[in-house]
Design a protein around this ligand. Structure first.
Ligand code: GLN
Length: 481
């Protein structure tokens, strides 16, 4: 299907049509709401739809002259991003009724640019998962094939953008939760450099790894969202100082050097993914790119390292959900210990409970040195691997996921299999640099994705290469209507 026939909105075209009057904010909002109405009973991407608020906001915007880079553009927030509108559930029973008293910084910034928030998207509880099957509110489906998962944990955001509910969505990425679902759903997913987007108002998973970023139809749209949401924030001390430079996507990079860690890529990858990855590399070399052989000797340890560090940080971040400071309290307890225990054991789902146990274990005295401290050392070694690689190449290419989108239920019984699906995404979070997944083809009716990593803080340079890479791939398909 060509772009011209594709009824789904993207940011660039919608913005142009809003500005020349071919579309109105109300018209765009109605079109998206209709799409949600007709599809979401099957796909279940949304935890909440803000129809009345979005309509009122569209009318308010129409009373002014267009201003702001996102004037009249409808968008969706993953439901672990705090919004004063509606609830912020993080996919958890415990936060089912939680109303945030403030908006996350990213929400404020998009608001200031004239964007219209249409609703919140489904996710694995507290962002823990790779399939969106861990949501307390039920699993989401892949719009390409509803028997398959949309990936996770930002599966609702990815499926919603693929199905055309809105021009873009925000997700969060701790170990791949933007990039893997984007690849599973045939859209673009971008994780910016750690600290370039404020985490103020993001329900914390693992604070040294978490980053908010966009899921979009095109690299150009991802670059535009980045400019709107990135930059220093006094409310998040880990944000990077300095102005955000826009990516010059119009100037294709000359002779881009693409690093490929063959040993790492070739291990345990599905044959369809392998074939698609190699075909994509050939397209890039045909378009003038050069493949550089690199080695990432510690990358095979990234999943183990990630699941030690992420669970350790998760176990401490989740301590606040105790029925006192946050969350609904179990009613039938008469003493404090029973209340705390019951609130937490009945409130958290199985995967979150598993993470708390694992994290508490690796931090406990006697095991701290063997697991947590060792994982921190491996993290440093992995950073050095990438420093060495980026001395010789501009970007590193990897598949987005070792397999195509899997079936619902296929991996829920075996958490290790689920964890292994993050093998190509977790290194970026451990290292801190930017990474982006691009749709790269179909196997049957299922999308596949490739991934490009950039050096830390080189987000604009990565996006420029990604835009060129996207053009050379030329993926144009849309899921069945
Ligand atoms: N799948 C990974 C996990 O379950 C990553 C999740 C994420 O990035 N939020 O931890």
């Amino acid at each position: 299907m060509s772009n011209a026939q594709d009824p789904r909105l993207d940011i660039a075209r919608t913005s142009a049509q809003l500005r020349d009057g071919a579309l109105t904010p109300t018209g765009v909002v109605e079109r998206c709401l209709q799409r949600i109405e007709s599809r979401d009973a099957d796909l279940h991407c949304m935890t909440q739809v803000f129809a009345d608020e979005a309509r009122a906001r569209a009318r308010a915007l129409e009373r002014e002259a267009p201003r702001g880079a996102f004037w009249g553009i409808p968008w969706l927030a993953k439901d672990n991003i705090a919004t004063r509108t509606g609830r912020t559930t993080a996919g958890s029973r415990l936060l089912e009724d939680f109303r945030s008293p403030y908006d996350a910084t990213v929400v404020e910034r998009l608001d200031a640019e004239g964007a219209i928030l249409l609703g919140k998207t489904n996710l694995d509880e507290f962002g823990r998962g790779s399939s969106t099957e861990n949501s307390a509110f039920g699993a989401s489906c892949n719009p390409w094939n509803a028997e398959r998962v949309p990936g996770g944990s930002s599966g609702g955001s990815a499926a919603a953008v693929a199905a055309g509910y809105a021009a873009f969505a925000l997700g969060s990425d701790t170990g791949g939760s933007i990039r893997q679902p984007a690849a599973f759903c045939g859209v673009v997913g971008f994780k910016p450099t750690y600290g370039s987007v404020s985490r103020f108002g993001l329900v914390a998973f693992a604070s040294s790894l978490d980053q908010i970023g966009p899921l979009t139809r095109t690299v150009g749209d991802a670059a535009a969202v980045r400019v709107a949401i990135a930059g220093p924030d006094a409310r998040d001390a880990t944000t990077r100082p300095g102005a955000v430079s826009a990516a010059d996507l119009a100037a294709p990079p000359a002779g881009v050097r693409i690093g490929v860690p063959r040993r790492f890529v070739d291990e345990g990858v599905d044959p369809a993914v392998h074939e698609n990855f190699d075909a994509t590399l050939r397209r890039w070399t045909d378009a003038g790119g050069t493949i550089v052989d690199i080695d990432l000797p510690h990358a095979p340890h990234a999943v183990a390292t990630y699941y030690v560090l992420a669970t350790a940080e998760a176990s401490s971040n989740l301590a606040r959900y105790d029925g006192v400071r946050y969350t609904r309290r179990t009613a039938d307890a008469t003493d404090l210990d029973t209340m705390l225990t019951r609130t937490r054991t009945t409130g958290f789902g199985a995967e979150v409970t598993r993470r708390i146990l694992l994290g508490t274990f690796v931090l406990s005295s006697g095991y701290y040195d063997a697991y947590y401290r060792r994982a921190q050392k491996v993290r440093t070694l992995l950073r050095r691997d990438f420093d060495t690689a980026f001395a010789r190449c501009d970007v590193v290419a990897l598949p987005a996921s070792p397999t195509p989108p899997f079936r619902h239920g296929e991996r829920t019984a075996d958490p290790l299999q689920m964890y292994l699906s993050d093998v190509f995404t977790v290194p970026a979070n451990l290292v801190g640099g930017p990474a982006i997944t691009l749709p790269s083809g179909l196997v049957g009716d299922l999308p596949l994705g490739v991934q490009l990593y950039g050096a830390v803080a080189q987000d604009a340079a990565l996006l420029r290469v990604a835009s060129w890479a996207e053009g050379s791939i030329g993926f144009r398909a849309a899921p069945p209507a």
